[in-house]
Write a protein of this length. Structure first.
Length: 196
């Protein structure tokens, strides 16, 4: 019985950790993207905003968003834990001024909200800024100079589903119960049993 309870609790923990790792990747998630500009452009009329780039299932399309806005400027690819902007030519992004100025893409994961985002060390386009607000990911490239083949790589994680948290709690409870049962059944080594 002790071996069975130990095996059961170990299996519960393994399942909980595996489902947690699965839940924090973007594979299979539906991600919506919009090109958004806020503020006054430095040259020319203000473009329409937002421009819906569509919804993609991560892992199904590569690149996820090809030739964003047309004109051969930018591909966006979303993998299990990264969003990669790849510039297709050398140029500068439009600079917008004013309070809350923004020129970039807003991503909404329709399956799990975004939890964290950070620029990866391989990003070679200085000036890009990433942030998260209300579970949405904002990648701001306002006034950024970029070169053909340059990239902005963002490492992201999402919030695990409630069922994932439940599996983890069940696994830890199973471990605790197995430890409790094991400690209750163990006899001290210095106790001598006497039979009458």
């Amino acid at each position: 019985m002790r071996k069975f309870s130990g095996l059961l609790s170990a299996a519960s923990v393994a399942m909980a950790l595996a489902s947690y790792a699965d839940a924090t990747t973007l594979i299979g998630d539906s991600v919506d993207a919009q090109y958004v500009t806020v503020g006054e452009p430095s040259s020319g009329p203000s473009p329409p905003s937002p421009i819906d780039l569509g919804t993609a299932v991560v892992g199904a399309e590569t690149p996820t968003y090809p030739d964003v806005l047309g004109g051969g400027n930018l591909d966006i690819n979303i993998t299990g834990s990264q969003i990669v902007f790849t510039w297709l030519r050398t140029s500068d992004t439009e600079t917008f001024t004013g309070p809350d100025a923004f020129n970039g893409v807003v991503f909404t994961d329709l399956t799990h909200p975004f939890l964290s985002a950070v620029l990866d060390a391989v990003s070679n386009t200085p000036g890009a800024v990433v942030s998260i607000s209300d579970g949405n990911l904002y990648v701001d490239v306002n006034g950024v100079s970029y070169t053909n083949g340059g990239n902005v790589t963002v490492d992201v994680t999402t919030v695990p589903e409630p069922s994932t948290w439940a599996m983890m709690l069940i696994g830890f409870a199973g471990l605790g119960f197995a430890g409790y049962i094991h400690s209750r059944r163990r006899l001290p080594r210095n106790v001598i049993r006497l039979s009458v």
